[in-house]
Design a protein around this ligand. Structure first.
Ligand SMILES: [Zn+2]
Length: 97
């Protein structure tokens, strides 16, 4: 006899979000994904693998790994432009002189 098993699993995903700040992007991600249904591939018989998804909304568990394709360490935390191209850092430095 065949049975149906339900597992509560933790999946790891990388999700790209377009927003005007990291804070806004995180909020959009939590709101859009919470209790939604995802399709994560197919079973050998071709049926879709569907799952109910929810997000751990603790930012520490969802590290930011890229901003516009760049390492966040290379991006200005104020304007979110590349530090080497950032003008607000220059303005701050100039302001301090
Ligand atoms: Zn900046």
């Amino acid at each position: 006899m065949e049975h149906e098993y339900l597992f509560d699993v933790k999946l790891f995903a990388a999700i790209r979000v377009k927003a005007s700040s990291e804070k806004e992007a995180r909020a959009m991600m939590v709101e859009a994904i919470e209790c939604n249904t995802g399709n994560i591939g197919e079973w050998p018989n071709g049926d879709p693998i569907m799952c109910e998804v929810s997000l751990d909304d603790n930012p520490e568990n969802n590290p930011l790994i890229e901003i516009d394709g760049e390492d966040p360490k290379d991006v200005c935390p104020d304007c979110e432009c590349l530090i080497e191209l950032c003008r607000c850092n220059d303005e701050k430095r100039l302001g301090r002189i």
